[in-house]
Design a protein around this ligand. Structure first.
Ligand code: ADP
Ligand code: 5GP
Length: 199
């Protein structure tokens, strides 16, 4: 069985909707040969998404059953309408196998992971400005106008909560994408090196 230092790292990436989390997570995943944790959600699937790849799209009844059986490492209701959760079992398997696991989750989830797995590395991604965040939410072309407004107005509260919660060790500004990815990867590698050299 791997020792603590050869266990993979659990890496949490949070930030307001549209800031670039999905983009960053997939680039970090490539660079570190890490695994992306596919969450379960009660949100409807969009025509750009694939079930089992982007999320496991499940019913509210099934989600509640999984909460009751303790299947989630963390779970939360996001934007006061849909539930999202990280499956415990795949995370444990990946970490035990010595690989790193990437979680793209909201601040409520980040706070739960901070409490339950304090050895995790938790990043919060910030936009360079509010205007740029609104532009990215719109440019993505995925959400309708109401959803964009809701996500934009939630952003300020989410940033405030992230700062006040103390759940995040690292705040990264995603202005230049390549620099934001490089900064994130460098921090993860440094933390892994430190963990491996600690007896
Ligand atoms: P999130 O997962 O945080 O909701 P996405 O990764 O879907 O955000 O990114 C939202 C939009 O912003 C996408 O169109 C993406 O290509 C774009 N984007 C991400 N990072 C940058 C950046 N540094 N500069 C400009 N556009 C970006
Ligand atoms: P979206 O609907 O844009 O895919 O995701 C909305 C929000 O839900 C994002 O902030 C994303 O980070 C968060 N999210 C996705 N999966 C999970 C999860 O498993 N747990 C929690 N707590 N949040 C999640």
């Amino acid at each position: 069985m791997p020792t603590t230092s050869t266990r993979g790292a659990l890496i949490v990436i949070s930030g307001p909707s549209g800031v670039g989390k999905t983009t960053i997570v997939h680039k970090v995943k490539e660079e570190l040969d890490a695994i992306f944790s596919v969450s379960a959600t009660t949100r409807p699937i969009s025509d750009r998404e694939t079930d089992g790849v982007d999320y496991y799209f499940i019913t509210p009844t099934r989600f509640e059953e999984m909460v009751q059986t303790g299947a989630f490492l963390e779970h939360a209701e996001v934007f006061h309408c849909h539930r999202y959760g990280t499956l415990k079992e795949p995370v444990e398997k990946v970490l035990e196998a010595g690989k790193s696991m990437l979680l793209d989750i909201d601040v409520q989830g980040g706070m739960q992971v901070h409490k339950n797995m304090p050895e995790s590395l938790r990043f919060f991604i910030l936009p360079p400005s509010e205007e740029e965040l609104f532009r990215r939410l719109t440019a993505r072309g995925r959400d309708d106008a109401d959803s964009i407004e809701r996500r934009f107005s939630e952003a300020k509260q989410e940033i405030k909560l992230a700062r006040e919660s103390n759940a995040y060790d690292f705040f990264i500004v995603n202005d230049n994408l390549d620099l934001a990815v490089a900064e994130t990867v460098a921090i993860i590698k440094k933390c892994q090196d430190t963990a491996q050299s600690t007896p």
